[in-house]
Design a protein around this ligand. Structure first.
Ligand SMILES: *[C@@H]1O[C@H](CO)[C@@H](O)[C@H](O)[C@H]1NC(C)=O
Ligand SMILES: *[C@@H]1O[C@H](CO)[C@@H](O)[C@H](O)[C@H]1NC(C)=O
Ligand SMILES: *[C@@H]1O[C@H](CO)[C@@H](O)[C@H](O)[C@H]1NC(C)=O
Ligand SMILES: *[C@@H]1O[C@H](CO)[C@@H](O)[C@H](O)[C@H]1NC(C)=O
Length: 435
């Protein structure tokens, strides 16, 4: 059944998560125009909430130091700061004084983890018998903010899929659109130009999780000391580093302002790792557990990471319960469906889960569901389709410019036709469905 037929026989579709194509060949300042326009109201309300929280629990001096620390030049970050300058300009209609102020607010908003506003998260890597690694991520983060009409919104109202592409003069096709190459995809929050989650097509996938030793006072000290926040660097690596191994090495080598976990899946056989990162030079002091890897030879075909050090006792039930449930499952059953089952099961899905992202770097599969949505239909994750390969140069090119909201043409129906449906880009549907 083609998608068109499928859509025709199912009732009312509601757009749940918008998707945007982001043009990496364009100047950083203009890349997010469409996103800024679409999320303007929610983004401004969320920035207000952040300002309130900063006022109530941070000294003015600390906030000033955070801004100065974030402004420090680091080659990997500069493009993404230029993007924020563009967003600030669009939000303030060329009012230079407000524009500068807005830019500083946006810098802070890009450091919500290091400012210690975030809470949970879980990640699961599983390799099938052939070594194809499937990566599931739940992002757990509660940040209620009030809209001008008095209603309360949360992260899910700021979430969208971003598919990044660049013009590639080496790809010659009759069709002009085929000159574009998709580089990576990420579920993102409006006004945040770094990444907490993402996948480089044909390369590797990434997520970051909270480590409980996170402490904004210590983070600020480390930031001033040359440490960096993670989201811009994560994006830089997804954008520029092709291989899982190199990305994994680089993530271990940076000087971070905050302690955290990185979960990485790869396109190669059995590529999967959990990196525990310390603040500053903690790694060298032996306080940080070693990298965990998927190793088929020793039967380690899955890795579950919540918010505890792998060598310490768990501080909540997700890890022990999750491990128990996974212990009853078999490697031969690993698929995207396996991953959806586990990520959306009660032991991992929380009240505060904003989104679930499942990706398979080897095949290019990806899908995002938002809080309260159902998982995608069986036909979107069947094993045959999971193993259909789309080398990057054959990905269908983006059909809309980066300023066009694609939500209304990008929905995919879920199991329950009478409730909310799941969004994906046309691109994702093409990768998941046979023609
Ligand atoms: C992407 O940006 C470049 C540089 O501005 C431009 O030449 C190109 O046409 C853009 N691509 C699309 C599909 O809009
Ligand atoms: C593993 O690869 C073989 C050969 O390509 C294929 O027949 C089989 O279905 C694959 N198994 C899984 C679990 O993907
Ligand atoms: C991975 O390990 C399983 C269980 O030992 C085995 O059946 C499978 O053949 C291994 N896969 C590869 C590609 O070595
Ligand atoms: C579908 O949603 C409706 C309304 O929320 C609910 O009553 C029904 O039980 C759901 N069906 C399934 C199969 O989940």
């Amino acid at each position: 059944m083609t998608l068109r037929v499928l859509l025709a026989v199912l009732p009312s579709l509601v757009v749940a998560i918008p998707s945007f194509n982001i043009n990496l060949t364009a100047a950083p300042e203009v890349r997010w125009k469409g996103v800024t326009k679409y999320f303007r109201k929610d983004g401004l309300a969320a920035l207000n909430e952040m300002q309130k929280r900063l006022k109530s629990s941070f000294s003015e001096e600390d906030v000033h130091n955070w801004v100065q620390g974030l402004k420090q030049e680091r080659p990997e970050e500069e493009d993404y700061k230029r993007e924020l300058k563009g967003i600030a300009k669009d939000l303030t209609l060329n009012d230079p004084w407000n524009e500068h102020d807005m830019y500083e607010k946006l810098l802070l908003f890009n450091a919500v983890y290091e400012l210690e506003f975030s809470t949970g998260c879980s990640g699961l890597l599983a390799a099938d018998l052939n070594g194809t690694v499937v990566h599931g991520r739940n992002l757990d983060f509660n940040f209620p903010y009030q809209m001008p009409d008095g209603s309360w919104h949360n992260w899910e109202d700021l979430t969208f899929n971003a598919v990044f592409y660049r013009d590639n003069i080496n790809i010659q096709h009759k069709d002009d659109m085929e000159h574009q190459e998709d580089v990576m995809v990420a579920p993102m929050f409006a006004f945040v130009t770094g990444m907490h989650t993402g996948m480089r097509f044909g390369g590797w996938s990434f997520q970051q999780n909270t480590r409980h030793t996170n402490d904004h006072k210590k983070n600020l000290k480390e930031l001033m000391n040359g440490g960096r926040i993670f989201p811009w660097t994560a994006r830089y690596l997804l954008q520029h580093v092709k291989s899982f191994e190199e990305a994994s090495k680089k993530l271990q080598s940076f000087h971070w302002a905050a302690p955290q976990y990185f979960v990485l899946g790869g396109a190669g056989q059995f590529e999967g790792a959990v990196i525990t990162a310390g603040r500053g030079t903690e790694t060298l002091n032996g306080e940080t557990p070693p990298v965990q890897r998927i190793r088929n030879e020793t039967g380690h075909w899955k890795l579950l990471q919540t918010n505890d050090d792998p060598n310490k006792e768990s501080s909540d039930l997700r890890k022990p319960l999750g491990e128990m449930v996974l212990g009853l499952q078999q490697q031969k059953d690993v698929s995207s469906g396996f991953m959806w089952d586990n990520m959306l099961a009660p032991e991992l899905k929380m009240e505060s889960t904003v989104l679930t992202f499942v990706s398979i770097p080897q095949t290019g599969y990806w899908f995002t569901t938002l809080k309260d949505e159902l998982r995608p239909l069986e036909q979107y994750y069947s094993i045959e389709r999971m193993h259909r390969r789309y080398p990057p140069q054959h990905y269908p090119a983006p059909e809309y410019s980066d300023t066009t909201h694609k939500g209304s043409t990008s929905e995919v129906q879920t199991e329950n036709a009478s409730t909310k449906n799941v969004g994906a880009t046309k691109w994702a549907r093409r990768a998941l469905l046979s023609e």
